[in-house]
Every structure is written in structure tokens, then in C-alpha cells.
Design a protein around this ligand. Structure first.
Ligand SMILES: O=C1O[C@H](COP(=O)(O)O)[C@@H](O)[C@H](O)[C@H]1O
Length: 244
């Protein structure tokens, strides 16, 4: 394990070990959060991260009744659509752990994407009462091959959005085009963020995000939660020199 300021990088032999290590970390975060304030406020992403979670989380030991799960980003599609991140968690996680559907805070895909983002914030505000900005215990993030995280893409105006908790996006370069995403003020207020990235396809971007000094910074490099943890396998970490 290597640390630099608030960033920690854990390199594991392979994907299976990344999943184990990430799951253990989530278990510990949940336990601390529940001890501290009786709930575990968790944000989850889609893509490969969702697949890691559906494999790893069923074996952790936790009080599932204390969990509230939000989407760091979500595709604005029907819940039956294969692109729906909610569908993935519902079919592959809720069937295996003692989480109830109402513990997952979902977008309403029947609304327009603008309305869905606003309504998602309203749902969040009903939970994070008396807060100007919410503080998540943990946000679980992915990094796309272009350096995007959540639905925050390189050079997109949403990177500087600082007036709303959750924003709509209608021109996502990665399909589907319409999505909702948490914004950086929310992401960077989280107690912990954790990325998971596996495979050689992530190696070049991981090097740029963790060891580059690009201006403007890549979205994944803009994540500055109180602590930022990376769980990566050897193939993804292959080009790192400072964190290895
Ligand atoms: O579209 C998305 O992509 C990112 C990265 O996904 P990955 O499969 O390349 O790891 C994901 O984190 C995000 O939630 C999702 O909407």
C-alpha cells in the first residue's frame, strides 16, 4: 500500500483480490459510520465497479438495515433497460443480501432528465436534512478510459458545476447520452471515496490520473474527498512509478 497526502493506492495481484480488499474496506467504513451516526450513507457507480460490488458485497458482515444507497451517477433510461445501473444492482445484489428496495434511492426515469435530477436532489434533501451540502460516508467510483468519473467527462462544463447536488447531462460522450450525476462539491465533501480499476486497459489513464499533472485536470484526478482510495490490480498499476 502506498499513500500520498490524502490518496492511498492498494495494488493487488488480480481482480478477485481487488474485490476482496475493496469489500473489506466497505465493511469497515459501514461499521464506523453506523457506530458514529447510526446509518451508512453510500454512493455507488455503474460500469465495472458495479460488477465488483455484486461479486464482493454478498460475503461481507454488516447490518444491511442501516445502509442507504445512492447513485453517484445513473443513466436516464427505463429500469428495464440494460443500461440502467439500478437494474444491475437490483438483479445482482438485492437478490443476494438483506437490502430492501426502498434503501436504494433511485431516479425517476419517467420524468425528463432535468426533472429527474431535481427530484433526485429532493429525495436526498429529505434524508440529509438541515445540510447545505450532503456528506456521504463513502462514494464508490469508477474511472472510464477517458478519465471520466460519475458522468463527469473531460472538458465538459459540468466539471465546474457548483450550484446543485446532482446535475442532468444530455450530451454524455459515452452512451446513453442522458444521465444524472453528482457534482464535485458533493463528491469532494464525502468522508471517503474509493475507486476500483482492473485490467491493462486502465493502466495508461491510471498513470495520467495519479502521476500526471495535466491542466485542465482529468475528472478522476479532481476527486478530493477527505480520503481517496484506489483499489487496483497489477495490470492496471503496471505503469505507475510513484505508487507501486
Ligand atoms: O458510464 C459509466 O462509466 C464509468 C466507468 O465505467 P467503467 O466500466 O469503465 O469502469 C462508471 O463509473 C459510471 O458510473 C458509469 O455511468
Amino acid at each position: 500500500m502506498t499513500s500520498q497526502s490524502h490518496t492511498t493506492v492498494v495494488v493487488k495481484e488480480d481482480e478477485a483480490n481487488v474485490i476482496n480488499s475493496l469489500s473489506k474496506f466497505i465493511e469497515e467504513c459501514a461499521e464506523k459510520a453506523v457506530k458514529d451516526h447510526g446509518k451508512f450513507y453510500l454512493g455507488v457507480s455503474g460500469g465495472s465497479l458495479a460488477k465488483f460490488l455484486t461479486k464482493g458485497l454478498p460475503s461481507i458482515s454488516t447490518d444491511w438495515s442501516k445502509w442507504l444507497i445512492f447513485f453517484c451517477d445513473e443513466r436516464h433510461v427505463d429500469f428495464k433497460n440494460e443500461d440502467s445501473t439500478y437494474k444491475l444492482y437490483k438483479e445482482s445484489l438485492l437478490t443476494k443480501v438483506d437490502l430492501k428496495d426502498e434503501q436504494i434511492i433511485k431516479i425517476n426515469p419517467e420524468l425528463s432528465v432535468d426533472e429527474a435530477a431535481t427530484e433526485y436532489v429532493q429525495q436526498m434533501k429529505a434524508i440529509f436534512t438541515e445540510c447545505d451540502w450532503p456528506t456521504f460516508d463513502l462514494l464508490l467510483l469508477g474511472m472510464g478510459p477517458d478519465g471520466h468519473t460519475c458522468s463527469l467527462f473531460p472538458n465538459h462544463p459540468l466539471l465546474s458545476e457548483d450550484s446543485v447536488w446532482v446535475a442532468p447531462i444530455k450530451d454524455s460522450p459515452k452512451p446513453p447520452p442522458c444521465r444524472i450525476t453528482m457534482t464535485f462539491p458533493v463528491i469532494n465533501r464525502a468522508q471517503h471515496s474509493a475507486f476500483a480499476a482492473c485490467g491493462e486497459g486502465k493502466a495508461e489513464m491510471l498513470k495520467r490520473v495519479l502521476e500526471g499533472d495535466e491542466q485542465p485536470p482529468l475528472p478522476a484526478a479532481m476527486v478530493k474527498s477527505a480520503t481517496v482510495h484506489w483499489f487496483v490490480d497489477k495490470s492496471a498499476a503496471n505503469l505507475l512509478t510513484k505508487f507501486s
